[in-house]
Design a binder for this molecule. Structure first.
Ligand SMILES: *[C@@H]1O[C@H](CO)[C@@H](O)[C@H](O)[C@H]1NC(C)=O
Ligand SMILES: *[C@@H]1O[C@H](CO)[C@@H](O)[C@H](O)[C@H]1NC(C)=O
Ligand SMILES: *[C@@H]1O[C@H](CO)[C@@H](O)[C@H](O)[C@H]1NC(C)=O
Ligand SMILES: *[C@@H]1O[C@H](CO)[C@@H](O)[C@H](O)[C@H]1NC(C)=O
Length: 441
């Protein structure tokens, strides 16, 4: 700053007293201007002065006492995307009513011990999209009422044992998109926060986490482990205390098989299980049978070749199955019998036929399909015709975007136009279909 000003003096101003004065005024104005612009501007949304919303100034800013502080009535402060790089002591001085603080989308690298003290009523703290790497032990000590803590998209690589201990009312924690390593995580980190209902660990490496990591939870409903480098269904998500869980996301991992027959035995209230985008090649018979409340299962984009006959048996609420984008060569009608399945997606697999009267059989067993997707399979034309006739006659919704006659959707290799329902023939049609597809592309 000073160097620039000196040069301006040499080039543009003489040494006369007058120009020196002029320079002094210019510098003063420039400084004043920078100070005003740099600071976010804050406004209450209504006359009661409870809800304060700030918008960014022109440059990076250290949040100091005076901008939002000293107001007994303020309950909400939104400092989202305000170029804040640090928070000074007493920045929130005398704000006894503060319940909601949004500091998301700033550039905060660390929070000094004590900067969040004073306001004991805080229920909601959003620190997502900053550059935090961790927290000093004790940072949250004055926050006994905190319920929601959003730490998404920072660089957090360590959580010190005890950091959450005072947060006994915590029910929603988002730690997604950080640099956490499950293998290094102290398994007692959540020991005192037994009331967490929503926990998001997605986009961290949670492989190697200790089995007891979530053992203290009593009310967990939702657990997200999308993109967590998992190569199996980890034990820490299936403990007996997690029988409260309703929604488990394990998508986009590296799970190859699910063969521990007891793995899901405790999850008796699970309603949604997301296993999509893994590399699952095999699942054991009956693996899902403890999931008596399961309503939806997502296994799309895996490498399944077979569906065990008993896979979906005794699941009295299962309405939605997505097994699209797998390598399924044969669809056993028995796997879907006697179940309440409404939506079945088997698009983009490797079967060339369905068993005779597939939909009728299901209907007779009490399975009332409403929507059935089977497009992008290496269909024999005669079998596709049968399947289409069936879904049409039962009024089942199917995906017909490709069935306009413009693109090849099925293959045929004889003149009799009969559907050949023999597994040993399937691979021939599969080869034929993909050759044809290649030629047409
Ligand atoms: C703050 O409120 C005043 C008065 O209602 C208004 O003139 C001004 O534009 C507001 N500023 C911002 C940044 O919203
Ligand atoms: C806020 O409350 C404190 C303690 O009750 C009081 O000393 C202070 O004067 C109040 N400040 C304002 C701005 O009302
Ligand atoms: C936190 O802030 C981000 C972005 O500013 C927002 O998308 C997110 O929904 C907020 N978190 C919660 C729990 O409301
Ligand atoms: C399951 O995960 C996939 C992949 O991440 C995602 O596209 C889908 O929306 C998820 N479904 C549910 C029900 O969460």
């Amino acid at each position: 700053m000073r160097i620039t000003l000196d040069k301006i003096e040499e080039n543009n101003f003489g040494s006369s007293i007058a120009s020196n004065m002029l320079r002094a005024i210019t510098v003063f104005l420039a400084f004043k201007c920078i100070l005003i612009e740099a600071q976010p501007s804050c406004n209450f949304t209504e006359d009661t002065k409870r809800d304060l919303i700030c918008t960014a100034g022109s440059s990076d800013y250290v949040l100091v006492r005076g901008l939002v502080s000293s107001n007994n009535r303020t309950t909400r402060i939104t400092l989202r995307d305000c170029n804040i790089i640090d928070v000074d002591f007493e920045a929130f001085h005398q704000m006894p009513a503060l319940e909601y603080l949004d500091l998301s989308q700033n550039k905060i690298k660390n929070l000094k011990l004590g900067v969040l003290d004073e306001f004991m009523r805080l229920k909601f703290l959003n620190l997502s999209h900053n550059e935090l790497e961790g927290f000093p032990l004790g940072l949250f000590d004055e926050k006994p009422n905190l319920e929601v803590l959003d730490l998404k998209a920072n660089n957090i690589n360590e959580l010190e044992l005890g950091i959450f201990d005072t947060l006994k009312k915590l029910r929603h924690v988002d730690l997604s998109s950080n640099a956490l390593l499950g293998i290094d995580m102290n398994p007692y980190i959540f020991d005192q926060s037994t009331r967490i209902q929503v926990l998001d660990f997605s986009r961290n490496d949670m492989s190697g986490s200790k089995d007891i990591l979530l053992d203290a939870f009593e009310e967990l409903h939702f657990l997200n482990l999308d993109r967590c480098e998992l190569n199996k269904v980890p034990k820490f998500v299936t403990g007996p205390n997690l029988k409260t869980m309703k929604h488990l996301i394990l998508s986009s991992n590296k799970i190859r098989s699910i063969d521990d027959t007891k793995i899901f035995k405790n999850l008796e209230n699970l309603e949604i299980l997301n296993l999509s985008f893994n590399s699952i090649e095999s699942v054991t018979d009956n693996i899902f049978s403890p999931l008596k409340k399961l309503k939806m299962i997502n296994m799309n984009n895996n490498k399944l070749k077979q569906i065990p006959d008993t896979l979906f048996r005794s699941l009295p609420r299962l309405g939605n199955i997505d097994m699209s984008h797998n390598l399924i060569e044969f669809v056993p009608v028995n796997a879907f019998r006697n179940s309440p399945i409404k939506n079945l997606n088997l698009a983009d697999n490797r079967f060339s036929f369905l068993t005779d009267n597939f939909c009728l059989e299901l209907k007779n067993s009490g399975t009332g399909l409403v929507k059935f997707y089977f497009n992008q399979n290496p269909w024999q034309c005669a079998c596709l015709r049968d399947a289409l006739n069936e879904v049409k006659s039962f009024g089942i919704v199917y995906n017909n975007v490709k069935y306009t006659g413009d693109v090849p959707v099925c293959v045929t290799n004889d003149n009799s136009f009969n559907c050949i329902r023999q597994m040993n023939e399937n691979s021939n049609f599969v080869d034929l279909y993909y050759n044809l597809l290649q030629i047409n592309n």
